[in-house]
Design a protein around this ligand. Structure first.
Ligand code: NAP
Length: 333
């Protein structure tokens, strides 16, 4: 009998057809909550889940005794209870690498847009307010030659840094759990403690994963360390930055601007002051949202799940411990 997959997001027809060759696939495209009764009814028989954006709580796994693998269409895995999955021997797969450059492009778009006030001044033209040569009230600040501070210097942080160092002659500083000597040699990057980096950088770009260690890593104290001319970019996860503290810092002019792709609650409430501030560029979590990259991410997830359900090691595995557990249960080749 074919194994069963519940698919709840971002797969095109060819990808669904590919999965259907080997597995029984139930398509829940557009599912916006695990409370859906049809989904819940299907869960006890499911061997694989593929999707993203919805938070999986440990309780949900109680209803899925046959589950062998989850393929997330994302690199971040803060929506999954990794420890519980590992204990249960359920493989968790993600999609690193294929989205790195696109997400870095988004980060750099935010750097450029905030520094040169692109959105604010495009709105100024759209409103018909451009009646005379603009004066210093509308000047922005340079990007080239400035200091770029990366909070998190993994795949995406390094890709943003490459754009800054090689394209814009920026000095790169980074704070990261471990040192990155190869990137230091490649980009002239220098490692700093977070506090030092915040004080030194003209642009602080957040690219750490969300975890208990990084939740509100950037709070009131950290924002106060930034230069008044400093610009904060967040392309990681909303809760890494204390949003209330950020709003206050922007309102009080303690930092100059913010470019945000991610928020503590998504979709961002229309009540939030952030998108209404002239010095904020707020995007609807589009870090990886290009046709090419979203297709590649879904394909990676499909390939991961196919391998996992055939008992092979997926290309991108988050919880090595679950793999060891499964291999312990299966005859080794
Ligand atoms: P990655 O390669 O794993 O890089 C993360 C880096 O953060 C690593 O260098 C890691 O250090 C460092 N780090 C982790 N915890 C830390 C801590 N507590 N303190 C200091 N440094 C810490 O991941 P990535 O592919 O660059 O992706 C990063 C994050 O971006 C993802 O987790 C995801 O949440 C987010 N993202 C957002 C979008 C979007 O749409 N906006 C798109 C893609 C990804 P080590 O190297 O020492 O382990």
């Amino acid at each position: 009998m074919k194994k069963r997959i519940l698919a709840y997001g971002r797969l095109n027809e060819a990808q669904l057809a590919q999965l259907s060759r080997d597995f029984e696939v139930q398509d829940f495209h557009g599912l916006d909550s695990f409370d859906d009764s049809t989904f819940r009814a299907a869960l006890p028989e499911a061997h694989g889940l593929i999707g993203s954006n919805l938070k999986i709580l440990p309780e949900l796994l109680e209803e899925a005794p046959s589950l062998e693998a989850i393929a997330s269409v994302s690199v971040g895995y803060d929506n999954y209870p990794v420890e519980t999955l590992t204990e249960r021997g359920i493989l968790l797969c993600n999609t690193p690498d294929v989205l790195t450059e696109t997400t870095a492009d988004t980060g750099f778009a935010l750097i450029m847009a905030t520094a040169r006030r692109v959105v604010e001044l495009a709105d100024f033209v759209r409103r018909g307010d451009w009646q005379a040569s603009i004066d210093r009230d509308h000047f922005g600040s340079d990007v080239h030659g400035k200091t770029l501070g990366l909070v998190g210097f993994g795949r995406i942080g390094a890709a943003v840094a490459r754009r800054g160092a090689l394209g814009f002659g920026m000095q790169v500083r980074y704070s990261n759990a471990s040192p990155k000597p190869a990137l230091e040699a490649e980009l002239g990057a220098e490692r700093r403690e977070l506090d030092e980096l915040l004080a030194e950088a003209d642009f602080v770009c957040v690219t750490v994963p969300l975890s208990e260690a990084t939740r509100h890593l950037i709070g009131p104290r950290q924002l106060a360390l930034m230069k008044p001319s400093g610009i904060l970019i967040n392309i990681a996860r909303g809760p890494v930055v204390d949003e209330a503290a950020l709003i206050e810092a922007l309102e009080m002019g303690r930092i100059r601007a913010a470019g945000l792709d991610v928020f503590e609650r998504e979709p961002l409430s229309p009540e939030s002051p952030l998108p209404h501030m002239a010095n904020v560029v707020a995007l609807p979590h589009i870090g990886s949202a290009t046709h090419e990259t979203r297709t590649a991410m879904a394909q990676r997830a499909v390939d991961n799940l196919t391998l996992a359900l055939h008992g092979e090691r997926p290309i991108s595995l988050v919880n090595e411990g679950a793999w060891e557990k499964r291999r312990g249960r299966q005859p080794r080749p």
